[in-house]
Design a protein around this ligand. Structure first.
Ligand code: HEM
Length: 359
């Protein structure tokens, strides 16, 4: 049963999850098109808030930006705009998450009216910050900035202290912190020219951000699904196996990144042949994912309210494996790469949500 007053909140949580996956997909497209360094600086792009659409609009010192580029050293409008749209989506997600945490803090607080007052004061100060910036007064800017930071922290404390339904509020604030860290990591990735280890951490960060709205949805949905202890353990094991497989996959991806770069992103038929043992491990590990999925399907086939979830999980595993096989036998078609990644992340979320829904 969902309390009717929570319906819109739950819908918004699903929407947030959808936007997270849109950002994950956009990240995959950036990689597929090798646009990662399309904007060589951060948060601006070629020192501009809205990047150029033509080489003639580049700043005079644009060479200093391009020298950081990973692949081509000429300006490529497609790379620039694909990367820019990717960043824009990330920023929009940040705004949506901010709205979510404010909404959660007010909705589940036992001091609603104080929370609202704090919100308005914060907004007022933010506005004065903008005005001070427009007017160009550095003294005003500093005063408004310090007050804003102090009040924002006080509001955060207040929200946590007076939260009636604490877990929901804490999860929403964790989400806000996670997205801020993720944005900062994005900057580091750009600064260090897409250093591979950081890419993996960035990926785990995205998975955490996707899991948090699901936790809130589960808290607010009162009716849980009752299953056998075996199925519960199986689901917990599946979370672990799929996560491990994703981490193995990212290691394969890091090798692919090195190989494809060495071959100037051409001769795709050679990429797989040059992979090391990590690929064999990743491929073989799929058997474990498959066996776990078949067991899950078999054990849950008679549980009302769970058959649909386990069928969708099975279908997803099937498609991911087919995409893996396509990459190997059809010389790495570019479109298969972001899809394989996208569906792998979705699989982890499916299994995770299934696990937290059962008792
Ligand atoms: C359920 C099983 C599987 C899962 C969850 C999974 C997951 C992943 C993930 C998360 C990545 C990283 C993608 C990226 O960061 O862009 C990856 C990469 C990769 N996987 Fe899998 N995978 C599975 C099965 C397979 C199979 C069966 C094969 C081959 C027969 C395969 C071949 C590859 C290859 C070639 C890459 C590198 C792709 C790239 O560079 O974009 N995978 N996998």
């Amino acid at each position: 049963m969902i309390e009717s007053s929570n319906k819109n909140y739950i819908k918004y949580s699903w929407f947030l999850l959808g936007v997270v996956f849109l950002v994950i997909l956009a990240g995959g497209v950036v990689r597929m098109t090798q646009s990662g360094m399309g904007c060589p600086d951060w948060p601006k792009c070629f020192g501009m808030w809205i990047p150029p659409t033509d080489a003639s609009q580049l700043p005079a010192d644009f060479e200093s930006y391009l020298s950081k580029q990973d692949i081509d050293h000429s300006f490529n409008v497609y790379h620039t705009w694909i990367e820019y749209i990717n960043r824009l989506l990330g920023a929009i997600l940040g705004v949506f998450i901010f709205i979510y945490s404010v909404w959660t803090s007010i909705k589940f607080s036992d001091r609603k009216s104080q929370m609202k007052k704090l919100l308005w004061t914060n907004l007022g100060l933010a506005l004065s910050l903008v005005i001070a910036a427009v007017v160009g007064s550095s003294v005003l800017l500093k005063i408004a900035g310090v007050l804003f930071v102090l009040l924002a922290f006080y509001s955060l404390f207040f929200a946590i202290r007076h939260a009636l339904d604490r877990p929901v509020v804490i999860v929403s604030i964790l989400l806000l912190i996670a997205v801020a860290i993720q944005g900062w990591l994005g900057k580091i990735v750009v600064d260090e020219n897409l250093s591979v280890v950081k890419i993996t951490i960035h990926m785990v960060g995205a998975l955490v951000i996707a899991a948090l709205p699901l936790i809130n949805i589960n808290i607010l949905k009162e009716r849980k699904i009752s299953v056998s202890p075996f199925l519960k353990h199986l689901l917990s094991g599946m979370i672990f196996i799929v996560l491990l497989q994703i981490i193995l996959g990212t290691q394969v991806r890091e090798e692919i990144d090195v190989i494809s770069k060495a071959l100037s992103y051409e001769q795709r038929d050679l990429w797989i042949d040059r992979l090391g043992s990590i690929f064999i491990i990743h491929r073989s590990f799929s058997w474990l994912v498959l066996i776990g999925t078949i067991a899950l399907y078999y054990k849950s086939r008679k549980i009302v309210g769970f058959v649909k979830a386990s069928s969708l999980i099975s279908l997803n595993v099937f498609i991911i494996i087919i995409l893996g096989i396509i990459m190997v036998y059809l010389d790495m078609p570019a479109v298969a790469q972001p899809l394989h990644l996208f569906l792998a992340c979705a699989l982890l979320m499916q299994v995770f949500y299934a696990r937290i829904r059962v008792v």
